[in-house]
Design a protein around this ligand. Structure first.
Ligand SMILES: Nc1nc2c(ncn2[C@@H]2O[C@H](COP(=O)(O)OP(=O)(O)O)[C@@H](O)[C@H]2O)c(=O)[nH]1
Ligand SMILES: [Mg+2]
Length: 287
C-alpha cells in the first residue's frame, strides 16, 4: 500500500506530545483545519474528542489516540456503493484531476475480480486524451472503443455499449472531457452520455463517479456542486492522497455533499488505488 502523505504525518505528530493539555487540543484542531477538514467539522471533532477523553478519564496520549480513531471513523461512515454487473461507470471531473489514470486503475481493479472490462474513450476533445487511454488499454490488454478527435462523445458511448453487449462484458468505463471553460457544453455532453447509456442499456447498473484531486482541498466541494447540477454523482474517487496534507477534505465531502468515496488514489502506477475503507483510511491517519 502506498503512502498517504503529509496529512497523516501531521496528525501523528500531534500524538507525540505527552500531555493532554490545551496546547495539545489546539494544535490538533489546527492540524485538522489545515488538512481541509473544514473549520466546523474540525471543531466538532475536537470538542467530542475532549469530552470523551474527560468522560473516560483518560490521562495518556496512547489511549486518547484510540478515542480519536473511533470518532474519526464514526464521522466518516456512509453507505457503500454497491457494484452489480453489467455495470457502466462514467467518470467525470475537471482536467488534470486524474480521471484517465483512475480509469486505468479501476479497470485493473475489476479485472483482478475476474470481470471482463472495456473502456470507452469519451474524451474526444483532444486526440492526446484518446491516445493516453489507448496506451493503458494496450498495457492492460483491454478492449477500447474510440473514434476520431472531435467525435460526438455520446456516439462513442453508443458504440461502446453495443460492443459491451456483443462481448457480454461486465464493466464498461467511460472517460470524459473535463474542460470547465466550456462548462455549458461539457455539462450538456455529460447529460447526453448518461441519456444514451440509460436508453441503450436500461438493465445495466449505471454509476457516475467524479474524480477529485485531494490536494485541491476545499475547492473540490465546488467541483462536485457544479457537476451535480447536470448529472447524478454516485461516488467519488479521491486522488493524489500521496504527497498532500489536504486529505481531511474527505470529511466535508461525505458530510456536506452526502456523496460516498468509492476509491482512493495514492500514486501514478496502476496499483495505487484502493477501494475506500473507512477504518483503513483513518488508520493511515493515526497509526
Ligand atoms: N501523485 C499522483 N499522481 C496522480 C494520481 N492520479 C493521477 N495522477 C497524475 O495526474 C496527472 C493527470 O492525470 P490524468 O489521469 O491525465 O488526469 P485527467 O486529465 O483528469 O484525465 C498525471 O500526471 C497522472 O499521472 C495519484 O493518485 N497520485
Ligand atoms: Mg484524461
Amino acid at each position: 500500500m502506498g503512502i498517504f502523505g503529509n496529512f497523516f504525518k501531521k496528525i501523528k505528530y500531534a500524538f507525540t506530545k505527552n500531555e493532554l493539555n490545551d496546547d495539545f487540543y489546539d494544535e490538533l484542531e489546527q492540524t485538522l483545519i489545515s488538512s481541509d477538514m473544514g473549520v466546523i467539522t474540525s471543531e466538532d471533532i475536537i470538542e467530542e474528542f475532549r469530552a470523551e477523553v474527560k468522560k473516560r478519564m483518560i490521562k495518556d496520549v496512547d489511549n486518547a489516540q484510540k478515542v480519536l480513531r473511533e470518532i474519526l471513523i464514526d464521522k466518516l461512515k456512509f453507505d457503500e456503493v454497491e457494484f452489480s454487473y453489467p455495470m457502466i461507470i462514467t467518470v467525470v471531473g475537471v482536467n488534470g484531476v486524474g480521471k484517465t489514470t483512475s480509469i486505468a486503475k479501476m479497470a485493473n481493479y475489476f479485472s483482478k475480480l475476474k470481470k471482463n472490462v472495456m473502456l470507452v474513450a469519451g474524451d474526444t476533445f483532444r486526440a492526446a486524451a484518446t491516445e493516453q487511454l489507448d496506451e493503458w488499454a494496450t498495457r492492460l490488454k483491454l478492449k477500447i472503443v474510440k473514434q476520431g478527435e472531435g467525435a460526438d462523445s455520446a456516439s462513442v458511448v453508443f458504440d461502446g455499449i453495443s460492443s459491451m453487449k456483443a462481448k457480454k462484458a461486465d464493466v464498461l468505463i467511460v472517460d470524459t472531457a473535463g474542460r470547465l471553460h466550456t462548462k455549458v457544453n461539457l455539462m450538456k455532453e455529460l447529460e447526453k452520455i448518461n441519456n444514451v447509456a440509460h436508453r441503450e442499456y436500461p438493465e445495466a447498473k449505471h454509476l457516475n463517479f467524479i474524480v477529485l484531486d485531494a490536494s485541491i482541498g476545499q475547492n473540490s466541494l465546488a467541483q462536485v456542486e457544479a457537476f451535480k447540477q447536470s448529472v447524478d454523482i454516485d461516488g467519488i474517487i479521491l486522488t493524489k492522497l500521496d504527497g498532500t496534507a489536504k486529505g481531511g477534505v474527505a470529511y466535508p465531502i461525505v458530510k456536506e455533499l452526502n456523496v460516498p468515496i468509492v476509491f482512493t488514489g495514492f500514486g501514478e502506477t496502476i496499483n495505487d488505488l484502493s477501494k475506500f475503507n473507512v477504518e483503513e483510511f483513518v488508520d493511515k491517519i493515526l497509526m
